[in-house]
Design a protein. Sequence first.
Length: 496
Amino acid sequence: MGGRQRCGVLIVRLPSILLFAVQFYHGASESEEACQAAMNSNSGVWLRHSGGPSRYNERHWSALEWRNDLDATQARIHSEEVATGCHIAGGRTWEIGLSLGTTATNFTVCAPGICNASEASSIVGYAFVVEAVMSQGSSRYRQLPWAEEDLVHLKLTTLGELVTWSSLPLDFVIVGVHGCGSSSLFRNLLLHPQLVWTTDGLDTSFWDRGLLPSADHAKELADLKGSSKPGGPVLLGWSNPACWSSSFVMAPTTLMPHLKVIVILADPVRIFEKFAWYESEEARADPPLPETAWWKVARRIRDTEGGVFARKINEIRANYRGRLIVVHQSSFRDNPRKAYRLLTAKLGIEDFSPDYVVRRHNTWFMNSVTAFCKNQSMMRRIRRLFDADYQVTIVALKESGWPLMPEIIERRSHCETRNWECGTAFTKNSSAWKDLSGGLGGNETGHSISCSQKRSVVIPRDPAFLLQLSASDRLSFNILKCMEYKLSHSSCRIGT
């Protein structure tokens, strides 16, 4: 009889396990025989580390049900523990696709290290399914919709090898907080010669439903980190500033003991205004929302989320002690070179070159685009409501050894720190503005900006030139809008 054919399945009772399936083949290769022998020699270990779900919402074998994302987070951590146990025993973890009748699902098996991908499903996977079907309803397995005779229709496919999160070669991650200057932070670090990144945008790989990363993904990261770049050792970074609020997404980073975690914070009242702007069209209206409406949104955020970011930041502080780097937006705005010099030192790399120009990104929200700041009494009430956010900001910055800017200690919001009058910003560097505009005037090459002090300067139409200036010399948001949208008028008046 030519080729490999399954000739039978022998169910054997063993003291160490309930049931064990041994598959016999005509013409089995030496590799298959070696895998089967390794499976038989330590079957209890391999089957004990098998049967876990590969994705958090897949049907799985355990009698324990997942009720919410917190359970899914724990499942990710549990999968790491099981895969680690498999690795310690000398095995490898594989994702197996199962098709039986109307059921299709994925699960993991722990196969002896000598077994290849095909053998992981045909030998180890088959053995596990037989045990699960024969033992269903026990304390370990759920009630499955199959009987022993259904196993003749069983189809198993190896989908790929899985590895542990702790084996990924990541060195640091930016996990939040979105809306606090994270885009500028990432875009500038993206240009550092000693840093490589998993992608040049937001990395959503941790948002995937997979409970473990694939071996292929781990190899891709290792190849990235191994890429040659001038300037000494290379660190591999990952960035998604929206993941700070998701325990499920953050779970893998807790499993990497040497990973440094970067969090950037900003004024809580400012972040609240952004959240409200995104959440409600009314928040973008003028005349402004009634004070009661703003207050209602603020109370809901405080009561349901524990503040703008206070509760989650406290969780992050607890999970990453000794490897958490908390920074603040004000430092990068007021003295960006000093801020990046401090951050690169904390990452263990050299500072940017002296001629590097720090750039700001996503600055369309530089000043208030709602009428929030027009109601000072309401702003002060909401600031008191988010007292926990101000407290955790100071504590977290001190723990990270990050300098406290005066506005942080004094709890000044953007409503109080911005300069509505353009006079100061322009007059103290009038020569710079004239040089940048090339001495040309009017509507041919630029906009003439009329300040409240009746002084007038000329600036180029291209707003990119703003990126060449230090943070303290930025134009106000109102002027930026004039250039950004290239309004037909040649004068933009700012001030109250």
